[in-house]
Design a protein around this ligand. Sequence first.
Ligand code: PCA
Length: 322
Amino acid sequence: MTMLRLAAATAALTFATGVAVAETWDMPTPYPDSTFHTVNIKHFAEDVKAATKGKLEIKVHSAGSLFKHPEIKNAVRGGQVPIGEFFISLLDNENAVFGVDAVPFLATDYAAAKKLWAAARPATEKLFDQQGISILFAVPWPPQGLYTKRAINSMDDLKGLKFRANNPAGTRLAELAGMVPTQIEVPDIPQAFATGRVDAMITSPSTGAESKSWDYLSHYYHTQAWVPKNVIVVNKRAFQRLDKDTQNAVQDAAKKAEERGWTMSMAETDAKLKILRDNKMSVNDPNAALKTGLEAIGEKMTAEWLKRAGAEGEAIVKAYRK
Ligand code: PCA
């Protein structure tokens, strides 16, 4: 008998005798293992395993290895997997509410991001609920900055650049700045720059450092343009199938993971800016021309977002600005 058959036989036996059966949940995530989000999620999985004494094991499949990033939400929705992580603003085209944290310059630091999440969470939960999905926790990336191959002193310097986007808001920003956007996932960044498909991006110091941006880029501008989030969601039916104790263990671990994740994120900016500097990237604040130019795009995109998000969007922004 092979080990696999033996394991299957043991599981069946355990089931037959009525002793709780260990369950494994496959969890697709989009980002590499060294990303702090992935580290946090693995910690979450360990907490769940310990609290349930191994009854529920969450197996993390990082870097889009089980499902590609754009497919993860629907994989959870359809029950192909019970749990998953994705970049919430990726769904901006499905419903503008999902894109509120990627509106440039609406919320640019952690305190604002926290307020914005509190304002947007109820509407976000409602939308997911209609799809049979519940939110377990959400964790922000550090504020987003601009990476380029040469000095950018004005909005004109951006014109014509091939811009790596990671959501519809990035695509729109590129268009408004006269750049040419291409959607590229984090694990594919080094290759996309190396082959010349793109030559600029806006992302966190975390992703720039993890992607070794100094190998193909030279300048980073700390624009702190927005603080976008990843969400970790479960399929409601899969969650309801768990016994009460296991459900509680998952929810407790999720609560801890959300707190830990925000703390980890806040520590990232300084740590990863140092890595960029250590690797001879030029790290600077944007000059006045670049800053005001990007802010003008932010204002335009805020107006566009409010229009798309309608009354629901207005309520979110009102609650946020209160
Ligand atoms: N890194 C991810 C999402 C935002 C970030 O900082 C990315 O670049 O796609």
